[in-house]
Structures are given as structure tokens and as C-alpha cells.
Ligand binder design. Structure first.
Ligand SMILES: [Ca+2]
Ligand SMILES: [Ca+2]
Ligand SMILES: [Ca+2]
Ligand SMILES: [Ca+2]
Length: 456
């Protein structure tokens, strides 16, 4: 890995040095101009280094270490070249963190229901409904919502997309979303505390001058996180609905018994199946008794089906679902299934889930309305693991965790991240000129895909 980073730095250094030669030939250019160019290339070197690290981890995943990528990005968030330095950092929940922002540390606005949106501090029901109207396919406004006619009536040249939000910038177009609420102090939306964002009313925006970035709704919401076709192992996710996925194929990918594989495939092929359900209900219940013949013989032959709960085995002990029958999946296997499998062909990215390894306690408490003690217990369990949580089974048995709490969380949590926003500041050693680049990258593929690029 180090080799790749050194390589990226070497290229950046060569670019910067080459530029310097060209620059000096232009005798008319002042030192200021050269310093600015150097700063820009230093920022670029930081971005290239981050992308090289992300691509390395896409090609060489470490399923045992959920923090391998994050840690390496952090370790290289500051770099020195002959001509200057780069510095990459971001703020989440008022804490400044080295390295790029993990977009999966925020809630994807496309995955939040109206109630969850209204949990966001200072968001009213009208704004929450307008957000839902913006992304839902119909053109009928909610009671307090806003569809195309609302925007037309206010002289706007745009209306709702009636599809998922594509970018975070789009959120501010929604009726009722004020830049003051969405950005608060982070007026240039770079996730960093800039001078004008920490000087009170002296320059716009008005801020509280407390040395900490208060980023409003933008601290909780993103539209950039995306799903990836890749499983935790680095292989493409195994589609359980695909004809060619039989019990053997499944058992090779996720170790389990044949009856378990049969039951899982039977459930996967029902119309409303969702793999996340495995976290809250036993497989025997979900599969309607399929695959139980092996161990339970006659019992399942009676068509006990969905009422097989008593024999098949959910009992709630300590609040979590215990899957006692050998034909149900133990929590570790459930976690592995969630990490490796899917129920749909990947055609294009969908809104991404949150990475339990990078989310803030605030988001669990404020947006998902978790009991503060439970929110803190989840974060503590994560922080206790030096390599992070590689599977969601780790949170299933936390005291106080019930299927009711777990069900909405299972829809939005994951252990991987694919989209990052890099805010790289370059500084020239000559005259201290600075230049910043903000780049959003999806590392699902190699080469990584640039989703957004700007120089604020
Ligand atoms: Ca709509
Ligand atoms: Ca800022
Ligand atoms: Ca200010
Ligand atoms: Ca502040």
C-alpha cells in the first residue's frame, strides 16, 4: 500500500516540479501566481493520494478490518511535497476528524420517511412533506407538501424531480429548505470551519464564533451515499433470486447447512422478501417452514407454515431474537448473509446505507429516535472494537435492542462505505497561498468514479 501512496506522491511531486519549471520560464508571472499554482497542485496531490488508497482497498478488501480504509485515509490526510503541503479534514457532529468525509456517516435523504425527517431538529411537517413530494413518483402533494404547481406558483423555473435526490445541492431547492437551516455555519458546504464561518457577524454567515463547525441539517443528511455491487469480501454480491444461485453456490459463499440454504433461497424468492428481515424474524417464520424437512421431518410436513413460530423458534430473550432451531440462522450467519448477498441484480446505484462504523451517536438519537442510552450503547460497542464492526450481528444482542428498534435500523445500516467527499487544502511553502478542492468519489469501481468536483 505504501508503494502506491509513494507513487501517487511522486507523480504529484513531478507534476508540481514540472509546473514550477514552466512557471519560472514565464518571467512575467509573479511569485503570488506561482504560489497559488503550487497550492492548487498540492491540493490535487492530496486528492490523488486519497483516491489511490480507496482504489487499493477496493481491489484488496480486508473483510476482517472494517476500519482499514478509513485508518489509511486518515494516516495520509496530511502530506508534504517539495513545494508545499496538503491537508484533508472534515467535521461530523461538531468533531473535527482527519481525512475525507464518509458520506455513509450521514443519513441518505432518499431513505428517510416523513417521521424520521421530522425528527431532524427544526424541521417542520411542511418541509418534511415537501421533501417526500420532491422524490415520490406521484404529483399529488401531501397535505402541507409541495408538487410542481407550488413551485410554478412561486415563479420557480424548476419543480420536483419525482425521483430520488441526486445531489446534496438539490436538497436546498425544496420548498421550505432554507440555506440557513441546511448549511448553518458551513456556508460553502466543505465540511470544514472556514475563517468567515467562525468570526461572528463580521462576515457572512452569522456564526457563534465558538471555534466549532455547526453544520445544520447538512451534518445529518446526504444524497451522495450509494449502494455498490460489491460485497464485503470484494466479490460481487450473490443474487439469491437468480436462477443459477442454488444451495451449493450459496453454501460456498456463506457457510450454512443445506436445510438453512434451502430455507433462505425459498424466502429470498418470495415477492416481498427483504434480507434485513433476517435480523428481526427467524428464517423458519420468514420461509414459511421451507427447508425444515431435514431436521424436523413430519412437523413441517403438516403445513404449519407461518404458524411454525413455536417450533421453528423465535423467543425473545434479553430483547433480541433468538433463533433456536438448527434450521434458523445464527446471528453471525445473518450478518454474513447481509454482507455477501442481495435480492436484486445491480443495474445502477441506489441510495446508500449508513456505515455503523462512522455514524455519530447524534444521528441514531435525533433522526432515528433511539433511546439515548441505546444509541450510546451501540456507539460504545463499535468503539470497543479496534477494527470496527464487520457485521451487523454485533448490535443484535445489545441490551434494550428489540426487533421493533432493529427493524427500521436494519434498513439503513451497513458496515461498508463507498462514497467519500475529499476536502483537500493545498498550501504553498512560498508565500503561504492556499487552494482547496472538494471532490466526491465513488470507489465501487477501479478507476474510482468522480461524482462531484468543485473548487470553492
Ligand atoms: Ca412527487
Ligand atoms: Ca466551510
Ligand atoms: Ca461569520
Ligand atoms: Ca460554531
Amino acid at each position: 500500500m505504501l508503494v502506491i501512496v509513494i507513487w501517487a506522491v511522486a507523480i504529484a511531486a513531478a507534476l508540481a516540479a514540472g509546473l514550477q519549471v514552466v512557471s519560472f520560464r514565464q518571467a512575467s508571472m509573479g511569485n503570488q501566481v506561482i504560489a497559488r499554482l503550487q497550492a492548487r497542485w498540492c491540493a490535487r496531490a492530496g486528492v490523488e493520494t486519497m483516491i489511490a488508497i480507496m482504489e487499493y482497498h477496493t481491489e484488496n478488501p480486508d473483510p476482517e478490518d472494517a476500519l482499514a480504509l478509513i485508518t489509511e485515509l486518515q494516516d495520509n490526510s496530511y502530506g508534504e511535497l517539495e513545494t508545499g503541503i496538503w491537508d484533508i479534514r472534515h467535521t461530523l457532529a461538531r468533531v473535527e476528524i482527519a481525512g475525507p468525509l464518509d458520506e455513509h456517516s450521514k443519513a441518505n435523504i432518499n431513505l428517510l420517511n416523513q417521521v424520521q425527517l421530522m425528527n431532524i431538529p427544526d424541521m417542520g411537517m411542511d418541509t418534511a412533506q415537501a421533501i417526500v413530494d420532491w422524490r415520490d413518483s406521484n404529483t399529488e402533494p401531501g397535505l402541507l407538501g409541495a408538487e410542481a404547481s407550488f413551485y410554478r406558483g412561486r415563479g420557480k423555473s424548476y419543480g420536483p424531480r419525482n425521483k430520488d435526490f441526486r445531489s446534496t445541492a438539490e436538497i436546498e431547492l425544496v420548498a421550505g429548505v432554507m440555506p440557513e437551516s441546511f448549511r448553518d455555519e458551513d456556508w460553502n458546504l466543505n465540511g470544514r470551519l472556514d475563517a468567515n464561518e467562525d468570526d461572528g457577524e463580521f462576515t457572512w454567515p452569522n456564526d457563534n464564533e465558538d471555534g466549532v463547525l455547526d453544520a445544520g441539517w447538512s451534518d445529518l443528511l446526504t444524497a451522495s451515499s450509494r449502494t455498490s455491487p460489491l460485497a464485503l469480501s470484494g466479490e460481487p454480491r450473490l443474487n439469491l433470486k437468480a436462477q443459477e444461485t442454488d444451495t451449493q453456490v450459496l453454501m460456498e459463499r456463506v457457510p450454512m447447512s443445506e436445510p438453512q440454504a434451502t430455507a433462505l433461497l425459498a424466502y429470498a424468492r418470495t415477492p416481498n422478501a427483504r434480507l434485513e428481515q433476517l435480523m428481526v424474524a427467524p428464517l423458519s417464520t420468514l420461509s414459511g417452514g421451507q427447508g425444515q424437512q431435514g431436521a424436523q421431518g413430519a412437523q413441517s410436513g403438516t403445513g404449519a407454515g407461518r404458524t411454525g413460530r413455536s417450533s421453528g423458534g423465535a423467543s425473545r430473550r434479553g430483547g433480541s431474537v433468538q433463533q433456536q432451531s438448527p434450521n434458523n440462522l445464527d446471528p453471525v450467519t445473518v450478518g454474513n448473509v447481509l454482507n455477501e448477498c442481495t435480492l436484486e441484480e445491480f443495474t445502477q446505484p441506489k441510495p446508500g446505507k449508513m456505515n455503523i462504523n462512522t455514524i455519530s451517536e447524534e444521528i441514531l438519537r435525533d433522526v432515528f429516535d433511539l433511546n439515548p442510552r441505546l444509541a450510546s450503547a451501540i456507539i460504545q460497542r463499535r468503539d470497543a472494537k479496534s477494527m470496527g464492526l464487520t457485521s451487523l450481528d454485533a448490535i443484535m444482542d445489545i441490551p434494550g435492542m428489540t426487533p421493533e428498534v432493529l427493524s427500521p435500523l436494519s434498513r439503513v445500516l451497513d458496515v461498508q462505505s463507498f462514497v467519500f467527499t475529499i476536502s483537500s487544502k493545498g498550501r504553498s511553502l512560498m508565500g503561504g497561498a492556499e487552494h482547496e478542492m472538494v471532490v466526491t468519489v465513488d470507489r465501487s469501481t477501479v478507476p474510482a468514479q468522480i461524482l462531484m468536483y468543485r473548487e470553492p
